[in-house]
Write a new protein. Sequence first.
Length: 491
Amino acid sequence: MLNKEQQIRNSVLYMMPVIISSLLPFITLPIFTRILSKEDFGVLALANLYAIFVSGLANLGMTEAYKLNYFKYRKNNLMTAQLIYSVLLFVTVNYLIAAFLTFAFKEALSKIIIGSAEHENILFWAFCSQFFTSISYYYMTYFKNSEEAKQFVLFTITGSLQYFVLSIFFVVFLRTGVIGIVYAQLFSGAIICGMLTFKFVIKRKPSLSKTILYESFKIAYPLTPRIFLGVISTQFDKYIIGLLSTIGGVGVYSIGQRIASVVFTFMTAMHSVFQPQVFRRMFDMGENGGQEVGRYLTPFAYVSIIIAISISLFSEEIVYILMPVSYHGAINIVIILSMYYGFLFFGMQPQLLFKEKTHIISFLSIFSVGFNVLLNIPFVLKWGAVGAAWATFIAAFISGSISFIISQHYYEIKWEYKKVGAIFLFFFGSSLVMIILRHFYVSYEFRFIFKLVSFLTYIYFGVKIKVITMENYLLIKNMIALRKAVRFDST
């Protein structure tokens, strides 16, 4: 297992692409929201909805199967290569079939998904861009699981910068409209996927194995309903807004979701650090690893929520500064979805996957999606895009709580309940107070004071539970100083 210094180093490394990928949209949003309309963003969101949905079907649960089987074969280089190449071939064939069907029926699909046949090209190219993203995901998972943080960071940052430059080029200079964002996704994804494939062909000679593919498929296929329904759960809200409300409402919701998703991006970076370590503890220590896993995860819960509470508390400043008045309806959506993404921390724990209870994962997904759909319809009819955000959060909170209980039954992580409970209660409480203060039009001055006090209180709590310590501060400081010294000496 990695020592504390190496884990902090990996955490810092994984934060680099998060910072860059989070900052770049904040640069483009003020530009794009003044060139593209709410309806344009709604069309883009619905096209990406279809792309993600079909991508979930094409992968057939192989993303989760690959994560698990990597640790099974990691000590054998040949079998490691056979695992990734066999899975990639399987997924690519599925995508080619889906691409043919999408192209053949793109006009009809555009009418059903977006509401107009004129957006058929946006729909098709959005799907194609998702193919490259999906294939790259397996390579990046290899980097995460093998703890090659530098490679993961390098390719993630490169992809983000390419997308940033290309989206500005297409939308601002060529004035292609919203399809320019799709072209940027497509070309940047294709370039990164090509680079990763070339690197892996050099690193691991291509080799296939029917046996390994079959073993992966046995784990994966029960997860297909979960992947399928998981996509519906996360994307249905936008579709139902477009169906029952307006395309413009989808656009505002999509913008709010884009800002709040910084929370999820940050948590995913944290996940890249702690998941391999959690898996290792589970594989190496078995049932006896529950207490160590729980103690290990507390700092990650705190650090994950520090970004969530920042985005939630200061959502109105972010929206006011970045976007014109027509998008200001996204403020409460940002707060609510920040709570939703923050709560997903518990869903990131792999207890059921470790126990290979994939059928239970799919059953829980069916329940979660059904509950989400049932809530979204009345909530959207009553409150529009904000209602969709509330329905998504409430459904995730209830179904996630049930999933937490069941996961604990099969593999008990002995959480530090007082510390973790205090973290999430404070986060949810301060976010809900912000919504109430805005609802009753309490003066901005008072709201701002409340935000500062809440944020500083959370920082103080981090000191009390010994997540923010002088030891950790000095460790990070020395790491940075050492890195600078090495660079200086090398010059």
